[in-house]
Design a protein around this ligand. Structure first.
Ligand code: BGC
Length: 439
């Protein structure tokens, strides 16, 4: 199964998760004891000093693309004050990728921002769109020469749900669905300003955002189905609808949904796809709109998060996400797909089946232009700390030693041959034989 020439085989990562010693609202969250595992991010993967070690790995694996993010808090540590040395370091990183023949894609906001911005209320501050545009202009001005693929935001739906409904990300608010819709709408307005600014500075830029899509399965008809479709509207659909139609449907439109002329303001859709959850109506889950999300036993799963399952590993979620994104009429990049799996039990199976599904989707006419695995080297997994390991490459956080997992070798072979072979499918396509091989 070969892919077209120029298909991007990449890996994705994010500033806070790899750079080390950040000073942003997540550093405060960690200092407040909010990392469940109790881990410290510390020097993470030491990228601020030596991202080039992982760039070498990516090049040696034959990868041709990498998505990373810049941390606003390094670039504008105090409001209106710009750290030119930080911009130079990012410029050096970018050059390092280009020199190695790796196409960069830069994300401007991957969950973290400066403390001063958080103190203003982050995206609930009326100034947010203007401040985000100003930051965007700085970054594109400094890095634009070697990058023309940009993401404004990583997962506005995850950022708003985790921070305002589930209370698991800063600012840690629970059950505030109205605020989460306001945040999503404000991020859409900020996206629009950044989208226009980037195109003004770089008329041929490709600008999009990364959308998290989760497959939802109602348990039964009736209330379960109704509640699953509500969660779908709130989580999967809200930002997508703003992009596609410029507004939210009633009754969400009562909460906000004022996103100006955001409709159509993307050149591609980035999709981050991992899991499937089953959904049941449950009166005990009032803060989550009465939805209980769970993973039934006996479905493929990676490692469990600290207090709950991470989700069902479900390669077919990619199909649902790509089919949904078709309505926007833009090319698609899969910008994250992966599984927490320290022992590499099911990652090879996941990769082979994800790539196979994409090949089929492309054959059916979907314009999918790249697959970026999450992630290259194990990195700091937000509230889970070092507890969940998503890397194709294992990291020893004490010595910074890297060890390639079997899935890393497999992915490298896929990238080099620009596709998958019948042998790979025979070896890893079925879960039983794949786990037999890798456990
Ligand atoms: C986020 C990443 C995170 C990954 C694995 C995605 O939703 O963008 O930052 O590490 O999921 O949980």
């Amino acid at each position: 199964m070969e892919f077209c020439k120029g298909f991007l085989w990449g890996v994705s990562t994010a500033a806070h998760q790899v750079e080390g010693n950040s000073q942003n609202q997540w550093s405060d969250w960690e200092a407040a004891g909010r990392i469940r595992s109790g881990d410290a991010c510390g020097s993470a993967c030491d990228w601020w000093n030596n991202a080039e070690r992982d760039f070498d790995l990516a090049r040696n694996m034959g990868l041709n693309a990498m998505r990373f993010s810049v941390d606003w808090s390094r670039i504008e540590p105090h409001e209106g004050e710009w750290d030119l040395a930080a911009l130079r370091r990012y410029r050096e990183m970018l050059d390092g990728l280009v020199e190695r023949g790796i196409c960069p894609m830069i994300c401007l906001h991957h969950f973290t921002h400066p403390r001063w911005f958080e103190q203003k209320g982050a995206f609930l501050s009326p100034d947010a769109p203007e401040l985000f545009e100003r930051f965007t202009r700085r970054v594109v001005g400094a890095l634009g020469e070697h990058c023309n693929r940009w993401l404004t935001f990583n997962e506005p739906n995850v950022y708003s749900a985790m921070g305002y409904v589930l209370g698991e990300f800063p600012p840690g608010r629970s059950g505030d669905i109205a605020a989460s819709i306001e945040v999503v709408s404000a991020m859409a307005r900020s996206h629009l300003r950044a989208y226009r600014a980037i195109h003004e500075l770089q008329p041929h830029a490709e600008v999009g955002w990364a959308h998290h899509y989760v497959a939802l399965e109602p348990v039964r008809r009736g209330p379960d189905r109704w509640i699953a479709s509500l969660v779908n509207e709130l989580f999967n659909e809200s930002f997508l609808r703003l992009m596609q139609y410029g507004k939210l449907p009633f009754p969400l439109s009562v909460l906000d949904g004022n996103a100006g002329d955001v409709k159509g303001s993307c050149d591609f859709v980035g999709l981050n796809v991992y899991s499937r959850f089953h959904v049941a109506f449950d009166l005990r889950h009032a803060a989550q709109a009465f939805a209980r999300l769970f993973v039934p036993p006996h479905v493929p799963q990676g490692d469990s998060a600290w207090e709950r399952p991470y989700g069902e590993a479900y390669p077919l979620a990619l199909r649902r996400a790509v089919e949904r994104a078709k309505g926007l009429g833009k090319p698609v990049y899969i910008l994250e797909n992966g599984v927490p799996d320290a022992q590499d039990r099911i990652r090879p199976w996941l990769i082979v089946n994800a790539v196979r599904e994409l090949h089929q989707l492309i054959a059916e006419g979907h314009d999918v232009r790249g697959y970026f695995h999450w992630t290259l080297t194990d990195n700091f997994e937000w509230t889970e700390g070092w507890h969940l390991r998503f890397g194709l490459v294992a990291l020893d956080t004490v010595t910074q030693e890297r060890t390639m997992r079997n899935s890393g070798r497999l992915y490298s072979e896929i990238a080099r041959r620009n596709g998958i072979s019948q042998e790979m499918i025979a070896e890893y396509g079925q879960l039983e034989s794949a786990t037999g091989k890798t456990s």
